[in-house]
Design a protein around this ligand. Structure first.
Ligand SMILES: *[C@@H]1O[C@H](CO)[C@@H](O)[C@H](O)[C@H]1NC(C)=O
Length: 331
């Protein structure tokens, strides 16, 4: 190869590097079919947050349009008063009614902090699994009810529970997801916390899961989700969890820490098993993260599992907690 070609290539790559490095917005905004929509500086997004208003549906400025659904127009809840599911005592009913408008759509604020070739492949798989696990947890009370019924009763349409409450909870689920390499690649817990607490100050939100803790998915969490058992199929399917297989987890960060600390051991951070994300959201209606965070020996990470909790090290190995020593635990 002639020397001048090498020289030309060198100049070209230097130019490319210069453009990519100095004008990240220019390169990331070039529209093509595979790129995600143009992203905004997350700090700027927080400046657009307005104080929460109980009488309007929840909106986050990173969403391209306001959430709406044909089942949620006008005085939508009046139609519910005559429905069969209103008489039922499942948690889905209690979540839907009574409830202020701003509780819908519901969901968590999630930050993705891993961006490499493998994670690009795993991310959509993990998002899909999280959505299926969430749907399955929403159905759990209904499934339990159906499983407790006699086969005879299942044939009677008047006896079979109406699944509309579960449907309404599923269609009102909408997370806020920050997935932008330019801003969140390798972000630390403290960086995410800072952004989330800025959001809390701007929105003054409180009392639903969205504001009690944000989710963070790093490399370890992402792999734990894709390795996690698939959600249990309806009725008699048994658990799809294999011996030794573990539930995937996400990190959860308290945006009011450390100002809110009253428990000396609380660090404002825990892991949550993905199967418990829906029940935790319900718990957040009356409790905060500090109250719900399991207490574990110093240096270990508390894991919320809807029960007495678990303790993990950074790598995800389990360790005994005080609650474990009092009883028997099956992982
Ligand atoms: C969860 O349920 C909703 C409502 O039925 C449905 O639209 C959605 O596709 C489901 N999600 C997954 C991943 O199965």
């Amino acid at each position: 190869m002639d020397l001048y070609i090498l020289y030309y290539l060198f100049l070209l790559s230097l130019f490319g590097y210069f453009v990519a490095y100095h004008y990240p917005n220019m390169t990331s905004n070039v529209p093509d079919s595979t790129s995600s929509p143009p992203t905004r500086d997350p700090a700027e997004i927080n400046k657009l947050v307005t104080e929460l208003d109980d009488t309007s549906f929840y909106h986050h400025p990173s969403w391209s349009e306001r959430w709406s659904h044909p089942d949620f127009v006008g005085v939508y809840w009046k139609n519910w008063l005559n429905s069969r599911w209103m008489e039922q005592r499942r948690r889905t009913k209690k979540f839907l009614y009574p409830s202020v408008r701003s509780n819908f759509p519901w969901g968590y604020i999630t930050y993705r902090t891993v961006y490499n070739a493998e994670s690009d492949e795993l991310w959509p798989i993990a998002m899909d699994k999280l959505a299926r696990v969430m749907n399955n947890s929403i159905d759990s009370d209904l499934h339990a009810k159906l499983e407790s019924m006699e086969p005879e009763d299942l044939k009677d349409p008047q006896a079979v529970p109406d699944a509309d409450a579960e449907r309404l909870v599923k269609i009102t689920h909408k997370d806020v997801v920050f997935s932008d390499k330019d801003f969140w690649d390798g972000a630390s817990i403290e960086q995410v916390r800072q952004h989330f607490s800025e959001y809390l100050r701007a929105s003054k939100g409180r009392g639903t899961g969205r504001f009690e803790g944000c989710l963070v998915i790093d490399e370890r969490s992402l792999k734990s989700i894709t390795d996690s058992p698939d959600p249990q199929p309806l009725l008699g399917g048994g658990s799809s969890k294999q011996p030794g297989q573990r539930w995937g987890f996400v990190g959860m960060i308290d945006g009011r820490y450390p100002e809110n600390r009253y428990e000396p051991c609380y660090t404002g951070y825990m892991r949550v098993e993905i199967k418990s994300l829906w029940s935790l959201y319900l718990e957040f209606q009356s409790k905060d993260m500090q109250e719900l965070c399991p207490s574990v020996p110093a240096g270990l990470i508390p894991v919320y599992d809807s029960g007495t909790g678990k303790a993990q090290d950074e790598e995800g190995n389990f360790h005994l907690t005080a609650a474990d020593r009092r009883g028997v635990r099956l992982f």
